[in-house]
Design a protein around this ligand. Sequence first.
Ligand code: ATP
Ligand code: FE2
Length: 325
Amino acid sequence: MKCVGVESTAHTFSVGVVDGDRVLSIESSMYVPSEGGIHPREAADHHAREARGVLDRAMSSAGVGWEDVELVAFSQGPGLGPCLRVGATMARAMSASLGVPLVGVNHCVAHLEIGTAVTGATDPVLLYASGGNTQVIAFSNGRYRVFGETLDIGIGNMLDKFAREMGIPFPGGPRLEELARDTGEMVSLPYSVKGMDVAFSGILTAALSLREKGISLEVLSNSIQETCFAMLVEVAERAMAHTGKEEILLGGGVAANRRLQEMCDIMAGERGARCFVPPRNLLVDNGAMIAVTGVRMYRAGVVTPLENSGVRQRFRTDEVEVVWR
Ligand code: ATP
Ligand code: FE2
């Protein structure tokens, strides 16, 4: 079943074309703030400007004609309202003009579905670590439950903010990873796991003040990574123990980090479990994950009528009834 998926929750506007679980194309355009953090209106303007071009490129690189499209899926939330509305508007228009059904997809759930579509993981605990989101998610009793999450900002957001203070442009995560690789040294930062949840803003404050005291950028980058990733791995491991699941799956842009991948792999190995990492273009926000999830939902009987297709900025992972499993 050929489906066009539209993603526009935050920085990235992306369209993916899939045939069932098979990804045919992904085309994206990323909004990069001129200074400071993401500005929702500016990001939405960027998405609106880029939408048509991205869609056309995705269709032509998939080699799919409009007449072949059987379903349109879009990211309904969670995310920034103005950004979400651009994607939703385009998806509604496509669905109406092609006369094909529309499916609204939860963005966090889509990170898990694409992982199971491409890695061979079947029933994983998902460690979803991106700019705006940090959650540990697993299937239990008909829904994807959030076993742990950030109590303040997303981990990528923290990395980007630290980088920005150091004069490193967005996105800062990849550059901090390179800097961290240049040293084996680390300093102590506040390790903050509360129950199954994590928090990052205290670590950011502490790292910034250590920088003022002259600790090198390399050592701080390494310390931030080691501390934050250990927190994530701890919570993910506890979710695996609690649910009895033997797979960990990574999702989100921060999961492109080799050190995080390595730590998850070691943890899984020690438990006799397996660690799965999708390719980078499917870890970051992309339209194909929305399309793959849309197809799975539609095949289980889910459609989103126009009157229910409004965007949901605070769409919770566990609000979705997972009828397709
Ligand atoms: P979401 O809406 O899912 O929160 P997002 O807009 O933050 O999405 P993603 O594309 O999933 O988007 O992730 C981008 C984040 O990933 C940025 O914060 C970036 O710094 C971080 N990142 C990318 N590569 C790396 C890396 N190698 N190491 C650490 N962080 C990384
Ligand atoms: Fe995401």
